[in-house]
Design a binder for this molecule. Sequence first.
Ligand code: SF4
Length: 359
Amino acid sequence: MRKEKTPVRVGSVVVGGNAPVSVQAMTKTDTRDFEATLAQICSLVKEGAEIIRVAIPDEESCRVLRRLKREVEVPLVADVHFAPKLGFKALEAGADKIRVNPGNIGGKNALLELAKEARRRGAAIRIGVNSGSVEREILARHGRPSAEAMVESALGHVRFLEDHGVDGIVISLKSSSAWETVRAYRLIHEKTSWPLHVGVTEAGPGLSGVVKSAAGIGTLLAEGIGDTVRVSLSAPPEEEVKVARDILQSLELRTFGPDVIACPTCSRCQVQDLPDVAIRVKKALEGVREPLKVAVMGCPVNGPGEAREADVGIACGREGGILFRRGEARGRVKREEMVEALLALCREEIEARRRGDAR
Ligand code: SF4
């Protein structure tokens, strides 16, 4: 059960309260390149990103941010480091939220002034503490940038802002260790009512980055911790959005589209290229938003049961497969016709749902 946090508005999206856990992304283009950044934002929105952060390294980026704000509806977050002046300019350009690392923004007063300006303009502020930016005296007390040290650092800044009447805060505590991340968020979850932006930072490339993110973010979400999610991988940002969505959908917190289940194959498998069949089906269903469950099963052991349970399924045998829709057998198909026949049934199911005929 998710413990409700104080709702914070980021443009048109609410983070916290009883809002669904939102998917965030960050652009990887040079922000100063307007065309490239706009194209990437559009691509991320298409993929399912609901809040998008852009790095603001200089004044030219602020000018581009203003142009981007005119072109897109998705809330934009300005990521500002070292120069509070850029934060002011980004807010003036229309940023819906400002992300600051309090360890590098030029001291407490600079942080407070920027936070006040954000609130004056109706923008939210994210206090994003990284394990690498914990203050020296806190580090000295804890010996290392542990979860406890990150929490102490973040809470110190948040309490300071609260004491000066600042609200609209979102907190993140990022470590590249999934386990330290989990410990840190568990601790801070108990101590604050502000919504939490969760993620494992710099999770790395390929499968190991995906697994690390899923382990860290998934553990937290399963415990009801986290109001908005960003996956950070050494990969195109669209991949990050896909992974974030898959984590949320796996935990049944959100549904973004079809869930394709497929047997892992074993010596009983009667279709040599079953993984390929499953991949082709999944790819063909990309872009579909209806939450149908599709089963691609390789033999008569678990196949018919799983295929029957799913909205649409196929249980393969030596010569082909038996199709199912909503638990009813819908005939046999030859091997070479399996993918198309299964997709035709998926389309039938999607049409039925669009007409309001849900299972
Ligand atoms: S469904 Fe059949 S082929 Fe697939 S893993 Fe299970 S027993 Fe093996």
